[in-house]
Design a protein around this ligand. Sequence first.
Ligand SMILES: [Zn+2]
Length: 379
Amino acid sequence: MRFEFSTATRIVFGEGAASTLPELVRSFGSRPFVVTGSSGERAAWLVSALSAEVLAVPGEPTVDLVRDGARRVREAACDVVVALGGGSAIDAGKAIAIVATNGGEPLDFLEVVGKGRVLSAAPLPFIAVPTTAGTGSEVTRNAVLASPEHGVKASLRSPMMLPRVALVDPELTYALPPAVTAYTGLDALTQLIEPYVSARANPLVDALCVDGIRHVAGALGRAYRDGMDREARRDMALASLFGGLALANAGLGVIHGFAAPLGGSWNAPHGALCAALLPHGMAANIAALRARAPLHPSLGRYADLARLLTGRKEATAEDGVQWVRALCADLNIRALRAWGIPQADLPAVVEKAAKASSMQANPLSLTLEELLTVLSAAW
Ligand SMILES: [Zn+2]
């Protein structure tokens, strides 16, 4: 057996950890640049404690937003970047920290649609402070950016982009509304399931996935119904962190393969797309494995997942799909068409998804016809 697992991020976890943030930031630099979510209100205390420059990220980050942010960082001679917000703010901060030192145009460095220019200069020190429990972006080495002109999302990716510190304080998630709790929580679950069955799974990732999936199974419904359930919020914050570490080391699969082109063309939260696709992507992989590779180890892993999710020893792979379907119904997850995606566009989405980087780690290669079946079922 051979495997690799790496992270260069210092992880600080715990209720109340955010109160140490001003001191932590000052240990990296004296001119901070703070990136926040849409309202910016949640970071007002930090901005005033640090007398920092601030940028609010209104939606999922675009190439234009990163270009402007990096220019402001250079003009104000900032020497440390902090993102306090959901995955959008963290991805924006991560990208700004590296584009600011590498210069040039963010598109030059973007995978798939860009020139794929290699990032060579080290980024400014970057500190990630998530306020949702889902993306795990605080421990990943990529930032997903939308390029509206290409109608896709693609990644800036470099091992240097791993945040220097991930400060995870579950108290920051207490105020999340139920719908955001549901979407982001199902993104976390997807980011634990896809690495666990992935072609690049390894024993360290397995340990994180098994524990993380148990946390989601026990906590997501509770956090959705009662945002102040401290234990459920803590378990979801841990699950999100584990999912980030898992995907950074074992990749993703068909569900994230679809989320990239869908999120690039329609204005829907990443987690909402993953949630709508999750049971159908699982079902398609299980059916394809049974038909073409009945001895494939990922098939046994889908049965392991089902046992973890249902708590029943005799659960089959298909029972796991049923459990996820029922959870999505409980959490009022909407089908893809609710996000304004026209049925006529589904074949074009399939073409783009087949080329997405996440698709490479799917346990087996799905045909275009199978991909269209997944997308149509989620629509
Ligand atoms: Zn995701």
